[in-house]
Design a binder for this molecule. Sequence first.
Ligand code: PLP
Length: 389
Amino acid sequence: MSLSRRNFLATVGAGSAGIAVFPLISARGREALSAQQPGNPIAQRRADRALSSAPGMIRIDSNENPNGPGARAFEAMRSTFPDANRYPVVLEDELTAEIARTLGVKPENIMLGCGSSEVLRSAVQAFTSPARALVSPSPSFELAADYARFIGTPVKSPRVDAKLRNDLDAMADAAKGAGLVYFCNPNNPTATVHGKAAVAGFVDKVGKSSPQTMVLIDEAYHEYVEDPTYATAIPMALDNPRMFVARTFSKVFGMAGMRVGYAVGRPETIARMKGWMLGSNVNQLALAAAKATVGDTARIADEKKKNHEAKVFTTKAFASMGYEVTPSDANFMMIDIKRDVKAFKAECIKKGVAVGRPFPPLNTYVRVGVGTMAEMQKAVEVFRTTLAG
Ligand SMILES: Cc1ncc(COP(=O)(O)O)c(C=O)c1O
C-alpha cells in the first residue's frame, strides 16, 4: 500500500466511513477527494462566493438575507460572549427546547445541525449506499447529490418539468428501491413550490411503492412561501418514520454565516442520523442568536414583506424588458434570459452585481436573489444594460 493511501485510511479511520469512501479512491484517484481541486463542487462554490464578496458588490447570488440577523440576535450573542470558552451543552438544549416550543413538537423531534447542510449530509450517509440510490431532482440544491457521489452512492436526477416544478411522478418512479429522496420544497434554484396535498400524495405513493425509502423534505425557504395551498410537512414527519424535514436559520433569519439548521422527525428517525453528526456542532454564539429569534414572528413577517416588495419590483422590471420570471415562493427567482447564463453572470460581476451560478441543464436561466429594495433598484439597471447588449 502506498504511503499516501495509508495516510488517507488512517485519516478516515478503519470504520464504516473509511470503507464507504474507499472505492472512490480507486475510481477517481485521491486528488478528487481534495476540496481545493478546481472540479470539486465545494471549491467551485467557494470561488463563486469569493467573487461575490468583493467590496461594493451587490450579493444576490446565494439566497442570503440582506438584512442580517437583527438586534435581538446581536444582543443575545453579546451577552453570551463571556461563555464562549465553554462547550455549548446547555444552550444546545435551550435552543432545541425553543424550536420545539415554536413548532409545537417535542425536543426529541429536533436534531441541531451545523447549518441544514450537516443534516443533509448525515441523511445521505445514514440512508443511502452504493446499493441504495439518492433521488435528487435536476436542478435542485446540489449538496445531497454531491455528497452522495462522493461516498459512492448512485444519484438519480429526474428533470424538473416545463414549469420548472419538481416532477413528482418521475421522482416517485426513481424512488423505487432508492435509499433517500431529496425533495426541496420550495425548490432551489427554481423557487417553485408544491402544495400540502401534492407533498402528502407523493410521500404516500413512495411509501407504498418503495416502503424502505426515506423522504427528506427540505424547507429552507418555508417562511417565504406565499402559495396558499402550501403547508409545512412537519405534522407528517411526526407521524411517519420514513420522512423528515430540514430547516435552517440561514435564510429568513439572516444567519447564513453562523451555521445553524435542524431536522424535525420522529425520534427513531433522528437517531438513525445522529451518529453521523459532529458533537457540539453549533457554536455558543450561534445557539444564543437562534434561540433569541426563532419565535420572533413579527420579524419573520417583516422579512417576508420586504422580500415580497423587492421581488414584485424585480419581477415587473424583468417583464418590462420582455423576460418572464418563473413564479417564485422564495427569496430568489429564476428568469429565462434566452442566452448563456455564464457569460451574463460574468458581465454582471464586472458591473458590481453577483447573480447565481449556472444550474445545468437550465443553461439560459439566471437565478436572481432578492436583496434590499435599494440593491434591486441598482441591480435591475445592470440587468437592463447587460441584456440590451
Ligand atoms: C434548499 C437549501 N437547503 C439547504 C441549504 C443549506 O443551508 P445551510 O447549511 O446554510 O442551512 C441551502 C443553502 O442555500 C439551500 O438552498
